[in-house]
Design a protein around this ligand. Structure first.
Ligand code: GUN
Length: 286
């Protein structure tokens, strides 16, 4: 059997087309949705992600501002930058690209972002709301995965979803969003013994561990739906996911490629959250 490809480029494009209408409506009311991206240090992958976020903003006619600092920036200076952005009327979304250099207290920084502009959904208030199923900004990657499943017509209720990875950015919120859609959720991670015995139970398998080609055909059951959040380089320096696409795609019913699966969705949902924030602000101001 060969699987159906879940095309994040195509699904992302459909969603961004719909966002365009909301941007035009905002502009008619004098508001240009604005995203500030804060980059500290010279992590090559982070630079690429940040550039892609900016390009997508510009292609949609949104305002984007990059604040780029060397790793000599202090915690206090970064705090001041965030406080300034919190009160900047032209900015509706603030994103601090992670990981930060080691001398920063990441959780303090993320807590300093105004929850109203926290388009990553990483502020503790927003994480709490997400957990309670209340309306809030959802973390972009898990939000994007939910959109991929929805647009592919995949029913979630009653399915056994296994999430491999437990990061605050992807794994933990991913499991919660699947749970809210009535999946039975199992979390697995680097300390899980006999990972395959867990992943083979998955109807929906989401892998976000950052280990190239960790998941092989023998780790999934026939017809599983496989979502690969990984972004790694293989032995030939070629981009690859956490899933061995060549073998797993022969056994899965649906699969996301890397690149062109989850990645474009993360950026698209960041745009959606920024537009949502601008709409919220306009409503409050009326
Ligand atoms: N680093 C990797 N993924 C993300 C993300 O979704 N948001 C931020 N801020 N940093 C990241």
């Amino acid at each position: 059997m060969s699987s159906v490809l879940i095309n994040g480029n195509e699904i992302g494009k459909v969603i961004r087309n719909n966002l365009q209408t909301r941007i035009e409506d905002l502009k008619k009311q004098g508001v240009v949705p604005g995203l500030a991206v804060v980059l500290v240090g010279d992590n090559a992958a982070s630079k690429t992600y940040v550039t892609n976020k900016q390009k997508t903003c510009e292609s949609l006619g949104m305002h984007s501002r990059l604040l780029s600092f060397t790793s000599s920036l202090s915690q206090e200076e970064l705090m001041t930058t965030i406080h300034d952005l919190n009160t900047d009327e032209s900015i509706h979304g603030i994103l601090v690209q992670l990981p930060l250099p080691k001398h920063f207290d990441e959780s303090l920084i993320l807590s300093a972002i105004s929850p109203d502009k926290d388009v990553d959904g990483f502020h503790p208030n927003n994480v709490g709301k997400m957990l309670l199923g209340q309306e809030t900004f959802l973390p972009c990657t898990p939000f994007g995965v939910m959109k991929l499943l929805e647009h592919s017509g995949i029913e979630i209720a009653g399915k056994h979803a296994v999430v491999v990875g437990r990061s605050n950015i992807v794994g933990k919120p991913m499991g919660q969003l699947l749970l809210q859609k009535d999946a039975t959720v199992t979390y697995a991670h680097s300390k899980t013994p006999d990972l395959g015995s867990i992943t083979r139970q998955a109807d929906i398998l989401v892998v976000a561990v950052g280990i190239a080609k960790l998941i092989q055909a023998e780790h999934i059951k026939d017809g599983a739906i496989v979502i690969d959040v990984g972004m790694n380089r293989d032995e030939n320096n070629k981009l690859c996911g956490d899933v061995d696409f060549a073998s797993v795609s022969q056994k899965a019913s649906f699969i996301t490629p890397v690149p062109g699966g989850v990645g474009p969705m993360t950026i698209t949902m960041l745009m959606e959250n920024t537009i949502q924030s601008a709409e919220n602000k306009l409503r409050q101001d009326k």
